[in-house]
Design a protein around this ligand. Structure first.
Ligand SMILES: Nc1ncnc2c1ncn2[C@@H]1O[C@H](COP(=O)(O)OP(=O)(O)OP(=O)(O)O)[C@@H](O)[C@H]1O
Ligand SMILES: [Mg+2]
Length: 302
């Protein structure tokens, strides 16, 4: 669905004139029905990569393919086609807001694509429900909403026209815990519907439940790519540790529990089950564990 072939993007800071290789010879792909999480420190190039995939930044070298079609710059026919194919939720939603009401903002792309008004209305309502936003907000200005509400509006706007490829830039930022859970479930659902998802985040722990693959960017380069299979590939935990807040803590608890002979699910593949099993164990230490989850020696705690 999305393929980057040897993509480089050189950006020049307009004030200082300093050039940065925001992306440096990047190869990557996202298939239909696949969710890929993009991690990396600030400035690693995540937003740049998403913007390239959305056809918003021109590449300095290399090729970008969406749905098998190579993107070319300045082709208006292609821009329209791409708009239908791709949904983008930006890192700073208010920078992309355009309309005077939530209704208009969420339905903007569908309207631009020439959908009938009734179809746009239905799409807007469906998208609002999907992100858990009340219809009471429909006539509010998107600019006056709370941070978390703005995020949800941006997400709804990305989804409403039912694109096949979704590009989400730190979608969970600024949301309360319930909102974050909602986003995780939404991503899972979109993936099950066969969409291709590329999601930049600093919360790799939260991505564990839905991500099939993780791409690590470092200074514009793909520094690592991991398939997040169950169980994890050898050494994956340690490779992701710099991007994981609770990796170390959960791993330590897991190791302690393991040393006591407690059989618990892997905390990263199944965090909720891990915590539930741990609580049950703490209440009743003599209960039998989840035998099928007992790690084999090679996959054991590190
Ligand atoms: N418009 C621009 N002009 C010049 N340089 C830019 C521009 N936008 C981004 N950069 C530079 O490109 C590099 C990559 O930035 P990018 O925004 O893609 O990082 P990021 O991984 O999304 O970071 P964050 O986690 O902070 O969002 C950085 O060095 C940044 O300073
Ligand atoms: Mg960014």
């Amino acid at each position: 669905m999305l393929a980057l072939r040897d993509v480089s993007v050189r950006l020049i800071d307009p004030e200082t004139g300093v050039a940065v290789n925001a992306l440096d010879r990047v190869f990557m792909e996202v298939e239909k029905g696949e969710a890929v999480v993009l991690v990396g420190e600030s400035g690693a190039g995540k937003t740049t990569l998403l913007s390239v995939a959305a056809g918003l930044i021109r590449v300095t070298a290399g090729s970008v393919f969406v749905g098998g079609r190579e993107l070319t710059w300045g082709d208006r026919g292609q821009d329209r086609w791409l708009r239908a194919k791709v949904g983008v939720a930006f890192q700073f939603p208010e920078r992309s807001f355009f309309a005077t009401t939530v209704r208009e903002e969420v339905g903007l792309t569908a309207s631009l694509l020439g959908w009938e008004p009734e179809r746009v209305t239905a799409a807007v309502e469906r998208a609002l429900s999907a992100v858990g936003l009340s219809f009471n907000l429909l006539d509010r200005s998107p600019f006056t909403l709370s941070g978390g509400e703005k995020r949800r509006v941006a997400l709804a706007a990305a989804l409403a026209h039912e694109p096949e490829l979704l590009l989400l830039d730190e979608p969970e930022v600024g949301m309360d815990l319930r909102g974050q859970k909602h986003v995780r479930e939404l991503i899972q659902r979109l993936k099950n519907e066969g969409k291709a998802l590329l999601v930049a985040t600093h919360d790799v722990d939260a991505a564990m439940g839905w991500a099939d693959r993780c791409v690590v960017l470092k200074k514009g380069r793909v520094a690592d790519t991991l398939a997040l299979t169950d169980p994890w590939p050898e050494g994956a935990g340690a490779r992701l540790a710099p991007y994981s807040w609770d990796y170390t803590l959960l791993r330590r608890i897991y190791r302690e529990a393991h040393a006591r002979g407690w059989t618990l699910p892997d905390p990263h593949r199944a965090r909720d089950r891990f915590l539930a099993a741990l609580t049950a164990r703490a209440k009743n230490p003599a209960a039998p564990g989840e035998a099928e989850d007992f790690p084999k020696p090679m996959e054991g705690p590190q």
